[in-house]
Design a protein around this ligand. Structure first.
Ligand SMILES: C[S@@+](CC[C@H](N)C(=O)[O-])C[C@H]1O[C@@H](n2cnc3c(N)ncnc32)[C@H](O)[C@@H]1O
Length: 271
């Protein structure tokens, strides 16, 4: 377990954290009353929040399986979240036990639970980096201790980019993604999902406002803005699509029938 602040950091229970709010929506136990309160308030204005969290998790699993089945054996997952089975390494190593996985997140609660992410197969490896996605140099350097960046890597940023602002507001999410994608070898996969205002603008707007008022700036993005993440890459079928529609498996059909969730998803390959 590595990273600039890998010593146990204090968990702030005085304000909600996105990882813990998401954990509440997923039915997890690693959240505090402040998180539950915000999760419930968002759910009251956007009744897709629980379905959206589950749909994201399922998308991560399908996209990782697709990358592993395409032959990718290295995975870098930024914005990992609190462990929720099956975790990414379990999916990747389920296809290819020799898969090497590096997780990265900046929340102390994810660091505290990282042991659950470090229990991979004997043939493969898992590592955890405690760092912020806005420090690509740190994450890429530390990931390079177990990943070989001259070979394909699947980079997953699932339900992360809506916490990052555009260039004008400081984070430069598109510049950041370019920095990561530039570090990848041909054949690498980029797996991204994020909340959009296109599909349910009023509910998403109110949810974003609640996040922002509680200390987490939130940036839903249109289809055009989301598509920019994949500039220069070859999108895999079915392209950019609401998250439940990305290569659904039989188990996902019931979720699809419950209705659309305002989250775009896409997977692309670096030529
Ligand atoms: C909604 S959760 C998604 C978890 C997982 N990717 C999934 O889809 O199931 C977002 C995660 O991104 C992390 N996160 C938010 N901002 C971050 C940042 N600037 N750097 C690293 N991680 C961040 C949060 O701590 C949280 O664990």
């Amino acid at each position: 377990m590595t990273g600039p602040d890998a010593a146990p950091a204090r968990i702030d229970t005085s304000r909600p954290h996105p990882a813990r709010v998401y954990d509440w929506w997923l039915g997890g136990k690693d959240n505090y009353p402040v998180d539950e309160e915000l999760a419930r308030r968002i759910l009251a204005v956007d009744d897709t929040a629980v379905r959206g969290a589950r749909a994201n998790r399922r998308f991560m699993q399908r996209a990782v399986r697709a990358a592993a089945e395409a032959g990718v054996r290295q995975f870098l997952d930024i914005g990992t979240g609190i462990p929720t089975e099956p975790n990414l390494h379990q999916v990747a190593q389920g296809v290819a036990p020799e898969s090497r996985v590096v997780y990265a997140d900046n929340d102390p609660i994810v660091l505290r639970h990282a042991e659950a992410l470090l229990t991979g197969s004997a043939q493969g490896s898992t590592d955890y980096v405690h760092a912020d996605v806005r420090e690509p140099g740190t994450i890429l350097d530390l990931a390079a201790r177990s990943l070989d960046f001259s070979r394909p890597v699947a980079l997953s940023l699932v339900a992360l980019t809506h916490y990052l602002s555009d260039a004008a507001d400081g984070d430069d999410v598109h510049g950041l993604l370019k920095r990561y994608v530039d570090a990848l070898a041909p054949g690498s996969h980029l797996i991204v999902s994020q909340v959009t205002p296109d599909l349910n603008p009023e509910a998403v707007g109110r949810a974003a406002e609640l996040f922002a008022r509680n200390g987490t700036p939130f940036h839903p993005r249109s289809l055009t803005e989301f598509a920019r993440f994949f500039a220069g890459l070859r999108l895999l079928g079915p392209g950019i699509i609401p998250v439940t529609g990305w290569r659904p498996e039989p188990v996902d059909v019931a979720a699809q029938a419950e209705g659309i969730v305002p989250v775009y998803a896409g997977v692309a390959v670096k030529p």
